[in-house]
Design a protein around this ligand. Sequence first.
Ligand code: NAP
Length: 268
Amino acid sequence: MKFAIRSRGDQSSNGLKMKMKNYLQEFDLIWDEEEPDIVITVGGDGTLLYAFHRYKHRLDKTAFVGIHTGHLGFYADWLPEEAEKLVIELAKTPYQIAEYPLLETIIRHIDGGKEVVYLALNESTVKTVDGSLVIDVEIKGERFETFRGDGLCISTPSGSTAYNKALGGAIIHPSLESIQIAEMASINNRVFRTIGSPLILPKHHTCMLKPKEATDLKITIDHKTIVHKDVKSIQCRVANEKIRFARFRPFPFWKRVRDSFVAETWES
Ligand code: NAP
């Protein structure tokens, strides 16, 4: 089996990366940064996001597993102390795969140039470079509303615990193939009206965002921000591709949610 390890870059993550690399090679696993069967990340959820983007061209051939060297993560759910156990599992056991949905975002421009397609593991956000975002929201081909405000966040189920949660969005179990649209500070008064609640769309319900006038838009795809000029539309839907996580033990999603957000409060 071929493997790669991506580190957050701090001293303790780099140290653990080197230790695991040597250990895995002792078990005859092959270091291959270009075409790994498995990618181990050492750091946090952010590290796994970067690794996902590094290997998103081969999602059907690569599985991911994350070790956290900071706090418990949603993608990085192995402890540094468990690294040796993980190495042995990787070397000896055929592992199970858990697949999580991804978000596909397609940007089309007024000049009709080539459309740009992005895959996100957490979310895509849409904001203006300057001033309020004014954008028509269409769902499944029907006009739904005109949004006015700071921006919109369209997230995956596994990304629902990230930016989406800070916007008051719901936490969605990753077995539900869906995307969620959450508002960022919408303007609501006698003149302007938006739904106000996060919307959860099932697979194949496409959301189309159409700016009311030509503006430069600041679009984020996970950790990356890209400015697009003269955007005609932004199409969001559940992607056909999925991310595959290597699973060696049960660690239910709701337990991770509890441990990350509420467990300490209960115990104190
Ligand atoms: P960052 O600003 O350095 O870190 C963002 C934080 O989000 C980190 O604590 C990270 O965990 C955590 N995180 C990432 N994915 C998560 C997930 N699926 N569930 C729960 N927490 C998650 O940025 P970054 O490391 O490059 O990550 C980019 C992400 O930051 C974006 O995808 C977006 O979701 C998030 N973000 C959140 C807010 C907000 O909550 N107000 C605002 C902007 C962006 P680790 O410490 O384990 O890496």
